[in-house]
Design a protein around this ligand. Sequence first.
Ligand code: M6R
Length: 585
Amino acid sequence: MCGIIGYIGKNPERILLEGLKKVEYRGYDSAGMTVCRGGEFITYKEIGEVSSLASKVKLNEQFGLGIAHTRWATHGKISLENTHPHFSNNCDIALVHNGIIENFEQLREQLNLRKIECCGQTDSEVVAKMFDNLSISSLRRVLKNLVGSYAFVMLSKSGDYLYFAKNKSPLYLSKGDDCVIIASDPSCFVGYSKSYIELDDGDYGKISLKNTVIFNKNDEKINKEEKLLDFDFLSEDKSGYEHYMIKEIYQSRIVLENLIKKYQSVGLKSKLEEIKNFEFDRVYLVGCGTAYHAGLMGESFLRKSFNIDIFCEVASEFKNKNYSIDEKSLCIFISQSGETADTISALEYCKEKGGKIVAITNVEYSTIAKKAEIVLPIFAGQERAVASTKAYFAQCTLLFILTNYLKGESYEKPLKSLSHNIDFGDDNILKKIAKQICNYKNVFFIGRGNDFITAKEASLKLKEITYIFSSALPSGELKHGTLALVDENVLVIVVATDEKLFAKTINNVCEIRSRGGHLVLVTSLFVDSDVEKNFDSIIRITNLPNTLMPMQTILSLQKLAYFTALEKGNNPDKPRNLAKSVTVE
Ligand code: M6R
């Protein structure tokens, strides 16, 4: 993954650091920058987050050209030698890279034959070493040898241009009044420019304060249209919250209001209508991680209303399953970032087979949005915490909107009732349970029906930011194997909000209790005192019709994971080993 940024103008160190902070969601194993002033390179590299780099960088207001990088390690360990920028053999050219060069071993062997050695193990350094000068023709020559995905920004000691290239990794250019910025994410342009250029796969070129030169994949010189930088309620700060994660959980309320309002517009209703008019006989929902869980919820919503085949699949497994896809297949791809490589790959596969491609995404300029025929935005605003919270809430809400629209039923009325009754749980109880969770090495979440899907998402959230082993399973499955693990050292969190399924779940609760397991209940239902006795604690949430409970129940469970991460002393916004945007398969 990784985030990259290039800059020309005054104050390069400060602006590069600001930009790195904005793309840090793409990885935070190490960070580095190179600034060129007066024909000399000044380079900084640090292991860990951008804040470690920032503490070492000497700010300088004077004009300069610079590039910077925040890394999510793929090839090569987390070390200073593997931290970008990387340099050409004569050290005159610096390069930052996001993506994976698949043939880098062969390229390295070719370099070795020329007695050119790399200092580290990264694929990116191999590319840097392939340059002996920086020009459009040398860039073109190097690109012709690469197999894989890349967004590069490069500079040389002698030039006043930044060079760039893009293939399957995002890259954007922008010109402000006295500056140029190139970045993995247009959020880096906010405050410096009002428009930006979106590069397409195969594009490459160079940019200076005065001049922009872009070529396409056929080596033709091209002009690209500028897009307006329009970040709807993009909030840069934590608005008084300690972390982005908790701020984003609470933003679910605004996101819901926003969705209700936006999906009243003629434009969005016409997209829903286009899906309704499409004569499909099968529906596929595809995503990864949290987005996959939203897909499972969508599958459940749609199955209850339509008597056709509806499948939800993890994106990375989609192509292995031999699903039958044709022009009657409605293929819905769910992705907060819109850049997830596994999801893109499944999307391309369905597109080739003639399926109708719908994207549910938070980023309207993303790759997935661009590749889809119909885009249904979730309008959740930028999600910064790696653990997805408000996006999941929004994805489930949107799938509820879509299902009701296809059925010809109102979605506004029920969603307004969710908005009036939205319940984020009781902080005192959640904090008390969070403390208890820290005493366990193993946590299981169980549920039936939609509550099982909520349990899966809650379990992912807990393990992702607390590093406590956690697994979710249907309540009824426990006795088919996993019950063997249950003793007094195990905590089971039971999600039970469906009256019809409650009694059966309580049977499973008794099976756990009689083996010494500890239990927490999450429910919106009335619980009589005999049943209550089985539980160490109960998280009570406001009851709503069953179809709305998935959006309601997850909020307390997201907060439970958050409070547990705090108890463990973890930074919930940046869990170890992960990144926000997963652009490798
Ligand atoms: O950007 P996407 O929605 O495609 O991302 C998919 C997953 O990587 C993501 O949901 C991940 O599972 C989250 N970190 C979970 O909180």
